[in-house]
Design a binder for this molecule. Sequence first.
Ligand code: PLP
Length: 431
Amino acid sequence: MSNVSNEQWQVRKDVAFARGQGNMAPIFIDHAKNAEMWDVEGNRYIDFGTGIAVCSTGHTNPKVTAAVQEQLQRFSHTCVMVTPYSSAVELAEKLNELAPGNTPKKTIFVTTGAEAVENCVKIARAYTGRRGVIAFNGGFHGRTLLAMGLTGKITPYKNLFGPFPAEIFHAPYPVEYHGVSVEDSLKALEMLFKVDIAPSDVAAIIVEPVQGEGGFYPAPNEFMQALRTVCNEHGIVLIADEIQTGFGRTGKFFCSEYADIEPDLITVAKGVAGGFPLSAVVGKAEIMDAPLPGGLGGTYAGSPLGCTAALAVIDVIAGENLVERATQIGSIFGGRLCELQSLYPDVIGEVRADRGAMIAVELVKNGDAQQPDADLTKALVTLAYQRGLILLSCGIRGNVIRFLPALTISDELINEGLDIVEACFKELTVQ
Ligand SMILES: Cc1ncc(COP(=O)(O)O)c(C=O)c1O
């Protein structure tokens, strides 16, 4: 433990870091184990955030840690584009097998989620020879310029950073709770094809099967299926951005499986490597092979530490049935959050818990979906960490609490964390 307090570290951080890279909680972590973390002052936290959906197999998972330690003894970097190694090949083979659908697949590795997204667009453009990309309102695809251009939320991501890359168009994402039906979305897409860009000029449509940062809104199956049909009709590449929804998080290995569709390209990051920076694009082999040799990659692409960690993560997910466990976690959360909603019907507008361990509550005023309560959301996140629980918020209106626990969390810890959530609601809401 350090003898510097959280507060002192925060002061030093505020001086040393540009304000653009802020932190949600003034808590500096000393160590972490499975679904718990301890700060530099020895305070313990239950972690319902997993570093934004990354440590799905738990912090310092013993199998992942052992695999990385063993790799580290041998070598840490050679560059997969110079002298590759077996773990990268094995991982690509596994990802090709795990991706939904029967079409033969190929993989490339990069380092961050945003890079995976950017590479999807490059691959789709190379394959189709077309320029346009369609994304959705409320979508989040990363902080690099192209990914930000695709992102459908202004504050804080896009303010001050334009102009954005051209040829990106946004369509409404269906959210029944906010009065946007699947039909509305598809009609708007049709209109976009008439007003902004001909479908024959569109290289790709990119969609999150559950919008993450945008508010944890699951795409209805019929919407994903309709997008598949539109893409088939017009020769458009369908990209499923599964950076947050992939790797068992939603109760399927990839969330696209709910709609029983085969995306053309899938992004993989976050949960893939248990906290080591690794991302990938997995897709239909013919499409993946469109760019010329050397056109894709990066110095740290497919780091051996990340690849070894990912192979261990896949073993842990399979060995501990974590995909099924995600569904169980969703129902435990769902049950308790619905009980809470019945106590606070004017405050908890909607509970979303039907996509495994990607769970959310949307907070409103007067039970009205059109009156988001961002202040209460912020207050809840703050009170929760003061009481020893790490919660994350999200949502285009800033009024959604998202729950992203490790898939290895015990029922006891879930319930202990939810007791804190309940106590925070009681303290912050006047009945
Ligand atoms: C769906 C989705 N796409 C892309 C990204 C960007 O990933 P990264 O922050 O690793 O660049 C995120 C990150 O939250 C995400 O949730």
